[in-house]
Design a protein around this ligand. Structure first.
Ligand SMILES: [Zn+2]
Length: 411
């Protein structure tokens, strides 16, 4: 079992927003007051006030303060825990001889939200099918509409309400059994004709997945011969014909299996290594229709390598692994016409297999396209795309949501 976060964007109504604002203010005050208390107690007695002692204190405060009494008790403890953690990391830094930075009093802008420890205590999630969209009931606020989606649904554990740039988010931690674990590198991928796929990650890391052999010329020839053998045998009930048909279907099945095997293995390997996959939106129709003479000749190999099956497998596996899947809008980004280094654009014929630019960039056409897509994803666009899908709107939310943290994005 693994813990993962799902970030939903919350859509509170006007009065709900007021209540959320009020709760945010109360948690902030509790945080600041608790910090003040720690400082005061230490100043008076040189003794430190710990988390457990502060939890007892808050019970007293709740009895004295009517507004505070309405706030979920566990969520107040979570806020105290945060202060405790701030202290813990302060002491850790002191010990390590780093710049210590004493825990600060939080201004409104610096206070991001609060949390809940147990599902059903102060909050309850009413998510839709497969944990897509839905509502959350927050005590003191009511039913708030949610938009977002789980990659791997699971048992709901804890939640955090976050306030960022005027928007509200609910980050839910679930315990789930991911079917797959993704890698941590970011890559851009272009699938092609001469090469099945070109995968670029780091500055000089380019991986070429060669076209599989299962439908190369000798193989096609073999099937052609078997087909001819069948059509030569005109008597539909003859034993010879039946044998020929059996041979043909056995061979076709072998090819189909090898192809399936190749697509599964290749996609699994890529997902295993990469936590962000940026690739082109795929439209077979665009690829095979009206492509001119050059393209027509290539149609066969395009269909043979089955990019749509491959991309679907890759996408499904990436989702299982909780990885980021970025579909680059081809028309907007123009991966094959843009230079990955300087960004200048120039129309290329499909027959032009090299990318040569005045800026000095020189590589294969596919590698350039893959790099353009990777750049586009890493320059923040991936998160935008991801978030429109999740229904939320900030970069951090995505990172929280992903279990494998992508180094390139975190930088
Ligand atoms: Zn250039």
């Amino acid at each position: 079992m693994e813990l993962r976060k799902i970030t939903y964007r919350m859509y509170p109504g006007t009065s709900q927003t007021e209540k959320l604002d009020e709760l945010l203010g109360l948690h902030r005050r509790v945080y600041n007051t608790a910090l003040e208390e720690r400082i005061r107690v230490y100043g008076e007695s040189k003794k430190s006030l710990g988390f457990a002692a502060q939890c007892k204190e808050i019970t007293v405060w709740r009895k004295q303060c009517e507004v505070l009494a309405t706030v979920n008790a566990q969520s107040l403890q979570v806020t105290l825990k945060r202060l405790d953690l701030a202290y813990a990391s302060f002491f850790r830094r002191v010990k390590a001889g780093e710049t210590a930075g004493f825990p600060r009093f939080k201004a409104v802008q610096r206070f991001s939200g609060w949390g809940y420890k147990t599902h059903g205590d102060g909050w309850r999630l009413h998510a839709g099918d497969k944990m897509r969209h839905g509502h959350v009931r927050l005590s003191g606020v009511g039913m708030v509409k949610l938009r977002g989606q789980a990659r791997t649904p699971g048992i709901v554990k804890t939640a955090e309400v976050q306030h960022k740039d005027g928007r509200w988010y609910l980050s839910v931690t679930v315990e789930c059994e991911p079917r797959r674990t993704g890698g941590t590198e970011a890559m851009g991928m272009d699938w092609g004709l001469e090469t099945f796929a070109t995968v670029c990650s780091g500055e000089n890391d380019t991986l070429s997945v060669p076209n599989p052999r299962f439908l190369d010329k000798p193989q096609r020839q073999k099937i052609k011969v078997l087909k001819q053998a069948v059509s030569r045998k005109t008597n539909k009930r003859s034993n010879n014909r039946r044998k020929a048909v059996a041979l043909l279907s056995a061979e076709s099945r072998r090819v189909a299996n090898r192809r399936k095997d190749f697509l599964h293995k290749t996609s699994a390997k890529l997902v295993n290594q990469y936590g962000l996959i940026a690739t082109e939106q795929l439209s077979i129709k665009n690829m095979t229709a009206n492509g001119g003479e050059y393209k027509k000749g290539l149609n066969r190999s395009i269909l043979d390598t089955a990019p749509s099956t491959f991309l679907n497998l890759l996408k499904t596996k990436a989702e299982e692994a909780g990885s980021l899947w970025v579909e680059v809008p081809t028309r907007q980004v123009k991966p094959s016409q843009t230079c990955h280094r300087c960004g200048s654009q120039r129309k290329k014929l499909l027959s032009e297999r090299k990318h040569q630019c005045d800026c000095g960039a020189s590589c294969s056409r596919d590698e350039n396209a893959a790099r353009v897509m990777l750049n586009w994803a890493l320059s923040g666009n991936a998160t935008g795309q991801e978030l429109s899908e999740a229904g939320s709107g900030c970069r951090l939310a995505v990172q929280n949501r992903e279990t494998p943290l992508i180094a390139a994005l975190a930088a």
